[in-house]
Structure formats: C-alpha cells, structure tokens
Design a protein around this ligand. Structure first.
Ligand SMILES: Cc1cc2nc3c(=O)[nH]c(=O)nc-3n(C[C@H](O)[C@H](O)[C@H](O)COP(=O)(O)O)c2cc1C
Ligand SMILES: O=C(O)C(=O)c1ccccc1
Length: 381
C-alpha cells in the first residue's frame, strides 16, 4: 500500500473501505452535485501570487477567536452520525482536534452525546497541556425545548460556542441516498436525545426520527423546524452568554442582518453542496460576506477545502479560519483518531508550506494581495 500523501489519498482509501450506504451518505450532495463539485473547482480557478526573500524560516499558524487561541486555522466541522465512519466517532474527532489545538464542532445529530464527548477528551486536558475547544452545532427542532436544552447542556459540559445551522429548514434532495435507500445502522443511536425519549416530548428527534432513520423515511428531516426565522435567532441570543454563530449564510444581505441582530460569527457554507444545488461555491460567496461584515465579527467558511492552498485562499479572501467536513469522515474511516490526526497533520503541513512559499510568516500576513485579482469573482455585486 502506498503512503497517504494528501487528503485526496485519504479520501480514496476511506471510500474503498466503506459500504455503499455509508459511502453514499458521506459523499452525497443535492441533485446534480453541481454545488458540491463547484466548491472544489472554484478553489482550483484561483491563483496565488507569491512574494520572495522574506525569511520564512519560522512560520506561525496560530490565531485567536473569541479570546481562545488555536494552533491552526483549520477546524473540524459538524457532521451527523460520525460512528458510521468509525466506532469511536465524535470522541475520536474531538480528541484529535484537542491534541492539535484546533476547534471541534459537535453535530446535534451525533451518536455520542454532548456530555460523552466532553468526558471523552477530559484526560487530554487534565495535564494542562491541551485545551479542548468545542462548539455545539444546533438544529432548531419543532420542540424548541429540546434545542434550548441542548444549549444549556453544552454550556454545562464546557462547550464555548453555539453554531445554529440555518440552511436546513428541510433536508436537501440527495438523489444517491434516495436511490440506495439510506439507513442509519440499527446499532447506532442519537446520543443527545436519549433523555427526551420519555413520551413527554411528542416531537423528540429520538422518539420519532431515529425510528424513521432506521427505516429510511425522511431521514434528514428529524423534526427540524422550517419556521425558523430571525426572531428565533434573537431568542437564542437571549438564552445564552456563549457566542452564537450562523452556519449557512451565502449573501451580503443576510450577513448584514446577522450583524444587526447581534450574531457573534458567520460560517459561509452551502452545507457541502447537500442542500440547494446550484448555489454558488462558498469561496465565491465569501468576498461579499467579508466585505459586508467589515471585521465586526469573525467570518468562517467551509466546503470543498482539501489542500493547504485552499485554506490559504480562503484566509486571503478574508476568512478568519476554515472548517473541513468530509475530510474528518475520511480520517475517521481510515483509522479512527489516528486517521483524523493524519488528516490534520497533512493539511497543516500544506498550509505552512503555502505560507512559506508565498512569503507569509503569520496568519495575519495573508490578505487579498496574494491572490490574482481577476480570479476573485465579484459575485452578484
Ligand atoms: C455526512 C455529512 C453530515 C453532515 N451533517 C451535518 C450536521 O449534522 N449539521 C450541520 O450543520 N452540517 C452538517 N454537514 C455539513 C458540514 O458541517 C459542512 O458544512 C460540510 O461538510 C462542508 O463541506 P466539505 O465536506 O466539502 O468540507 C454534514 C456534512 C456531511 C458530509
Ligand atoms: O446530512 C446532513 O448534511 C445533515 O445535516 C443531517 C441532518 C440531520 C440528520 C442527518 C444528517
């Protein structure tokens, strides 16, 4: 077997290992996969303009967000059901993030619960050598009490941010999942909802949706509330002192409203091309969001990031940091926690090299002057 040299190698190895059901769940995007694939192709169309002779013998990839410092700007995105990739699932991903000094976002639809993941990383933080920074990704369910309780549980379990996903009032139409009749394996449950399966919560995502998920009925709707709107975001802001971020913003208009209602951060995302097909690639949508936000709150981006140069380009446009989604699943599938370690090491090494070869010594050095201007789409402006 050849050595894994980059995240694309890791993807190939992982895809070879997975059964059709899981592989299709991980790889799928909405309809014709145009946005999923465009996320990657749009990075390929951007050229980096390098500068020389700047003593690049020491490269510093550290940064700070909401007062917390990180060793690298490549963070781990939330994805549902990570135990489908490896039995250690979300705990393995979170441990790997912790050891590498990067952020981990736990999905609401995780197999291990909010509390189990906190316990699962506790030994790493005891020595004081590592700090574990975890945010909770929040789906707002029709039974609001459940979502609000998840926020409280996250606070109590030491999570330091709430990421509200706003692009999923309904699940996108993922044709391959429909064709292959996707199912969540019987032995997996949704860790966060076990305590609500008591008959009191008629819309509990466990009471109904886990059963439905096992039967392949409406698998991703999970009682997510399609009535979610800006007033709910204000309510969530009142509910918690933690920073509240919106994930799934793609326009300067929504970015401006988000800042106005007091949101603490924006993740420019099209859900890895899994929601509305034919929306723009996220690196194309990013400039107008960055320009609208004017550095008042941090802006992040995800979708299609696979190489150090992709990270460099996103930061050059103005993202504070990026998230990788599927690469976490490829790492987990390949070798659990060690596979995620490998994924993070590879992309960080590529980022360091991209910085050195373009003459950027620290993260704050990276800006739009390192990109060929004509490659930066004006978007719809
Ligand atoms: C299998 C899978 C499950 C996902 N589950 C969630 C989820 O539960 N909540 C959420 O906000 N985003 C979810 N996402 C979207 C990711 O957070 C992220 O936006 C996307 O994967 C980024 O694109 P990338 O995979 O190209 O890096 C999921 C993505 C995948 C591939
Ligand atoms: O598949 C997804 O992208 C996703 O966000 C999701 C949401 C609910 C249940 C399972 C997956």
């Amino acid at each position: 077997m050849q050595r894994i040299s980059c995240l694309a190698d890791l993807e190939r190895e992982a895809v070879d290992k997975l059964d059709l059901n899981t592989r299709t769940f991980f790889q799928s995007g909405a309809m014709d996969l145009l946005t999923r694939d465009d996320n990657r192709e749009a990075y390929n169309r951007i050229r980096i303009i390098p500068r020389m002779l700047r003593d690049v013998s020491k490269i510093d990839t550290s940064l700070s967000i909401f007062g917390q410092t990180f060793k690298s700007p490549v963070f781990l995105a939330a994805s549902a059901n990570q135990r489908m990739a490896h039995t250690d699932g979300e705990i393995a991903a979170s441990r790997s993030a912790c050891k590498h000094g990067v952020l981990h976002v736990l999905s609401s639809i995780s197999n291990y619960s909010i509390e189990e993941v906190s316990k699962g990383v506790a030994d790493l933080t005891e020595s004081g050598e590592n700090t574990s920074v975890r945010w909770l990704q929040l789906y707002v369910f029709q039974d609001r009490h459940i979502s609000y309780d998840l926020v409280k549980r996250a606070e109590q379990a030491g999570y330091t941010g709430i990421v509200v996903t706003v692009d999923t009032p309904y699940a996108g139409r993922r044709l391959d999942n429909i064709r292959s009749t996707f199912r969540v394996p019987q032995h997996l449950s949704l860790g966060n909802f076990e305590k609500y399966a008591d008959g009191m919560h008629t819309h509990s995502p466990t009471a109904e949706s886990t059963r439905l998920a096992h039967q392949n009925v409406n698998y991703t709707n999970y009682q997510i509330d399609p009535s979610l709107n800006w007033n709910d975001i204000k309510e969530i802001k009142k509910l918690t002192k933690l920073p509240v971020l919106l994930k799934g913003i793609l326009t300067h208009e929504d970015a401006a409203i988000a800042v106005d209602v007091g949101v603490d951060g924006i993740i420019v995302s099209n859900h890895g091309g899994r929601q509305l097909d034919t929306v723009p690639a996220t690196i194309v949508a990013l400039p107008e969001v960055v320009d609208a936000v004017k550095k008042r709150i941090p802006v992040f981006v995800d979708g299609g990031i696979l190489r150090g140069t992709d990270v460099f380009k996103a930061l050059a446009v103005g993202a504070d940091a990026v998230f990788v989604g599927r690469p976490v699943l490829w790492g987990l599938t390949y070798d659990g926690e060690k596979g995620v370690d490998l994924m993070i090491d590879l992309i960080n090494e590529e980022l360091r090299l991209a910085m050195a070869l373009s003459g950027c010594i620290k993260i704050s050095d990276i800006n739009r002057s390192y990109l060929l201007k004509s490659d930066l789409y004006p978007s719809k402006l």
